[in-house]
Write a protein that binds this ligand. Structure first.
Ligand SMILES: [Fe+2]
Length: 268
């Protein structure tokens, strides 16, 4: 059966206009790159190429305790100290090099939070294929505190080549009701090659960092048990993440999105 498509070609341009231009994120990226002092440490590696990396950030044996702490946090907001402790473990010298190579600059968490995902949750728009809406360059960090052995992977990724044609066709940043779970029906209808989907299995303590605006992905609900994750969003900054977070404003609570940067249009 032919799919009925109601896509606005190049819908991504409106998203660029909103976040990069109106809210100031493109200017911040340029300025962050201009003042960057650690260019010699950059290396063009996996994150920039594939759009996602996975590594063991925490040991599996410490995850049950962290899950218990997170369960206590869920109603009372994010424990900022715990979030920063975990991020400090994620940003090893090797991972730091991956991140600075992606941005070409220093970086900091604009938001961070802890999440419980239950098997019986209603399906949401993030469960269909999408790219993260926001500035052209940002990263999502997912510190997985439960593994995928019994409950399946949390996120599916598409290999990068499919993102550009689906941005041009207007699938990326389309209306939520036009998002699809079956990507083959979409690429077939658009006359594009079928995308290669990567299912990333994780052990407790594994961390995934991915180019959310640059790579199509979708969430999968856990099959049996609740899943626990600490997630953070990284943006380019002029000073190091330690200096940014020591100033006490970032990271913002989860779900804040990308507010206008100082000196740029207020929302509304
Ligand atoms: Fe997403």
């Amino acid at each position: 059966m032919q799919m009925e498509l109601q896509l606005t070609p190049q819908a991504y341009k409106a998203v660029e206009q909103e976040f990069d231009v109106r809210r100031g994120y493109a200017k911040q990226l340029i300025e962050a790159r201009r003042v960057f002092q650690r260019r010699a440490q950059m290396k063009a590696e996996a994150l920039g190429e594939a759009g996602f990396i996975k590594f063991a950030a925490l040991s599996g044996s410490e995850c049950p305790d962290l899950c218990a702490r997170i369960r206590e946090e869920l109603d009372g907001g994010t424990d900022r100290t715990l979030a920063l402790e975990i991020l400090a473990r994620v940003f090893t010298p090797e991972i730091d090099r991956e991140i600075i190579s992606y941005f070409g600059s220093e970086y900091a968490p604009i938001e961070a939070g802890f999440f419980e995902t239950r098997p019986d949750e209603p399906v949401e728009a993030t469960d269909a294929w999408h790219c993260g809406a926001g500035p052209s360059r940002f990263l999502r960090v997912m510190v997985c505190l439960t593994g995928s052995a019994k409950d399946g992977p949390a996120t599916l990724f598409c290999e990068r080549p499919i993102t550009a044609p689906l941005k041009e066709a207007g699938y990326v940043y389309c209306q939520l009701e036009n998002r699809v779970v079956d990507l083959n029906s979409l690429t077939d209808a658009l006359g594009l090659e079928r995308a290669v989907v990567v299912e990333m299995d994780v052990e407790p303590g594994d961390t995934i960092i991915f180019d959310s605006p640059g790579i199509l992905h979708r969430r999968l609900l856990p099959k049996h048990e609740p899943r626990y994750v600490m997630a953070a969003t990284l943006i380019p900054t002029m000073i190091s993440w330690r200096q940014v977070t020591d100033a006490g404003v970032l990271p913002l609570p989860p779900g804040t999105g990308f507010p206008p940067l100082p000196g740029f249009a207020e929302e509304g």
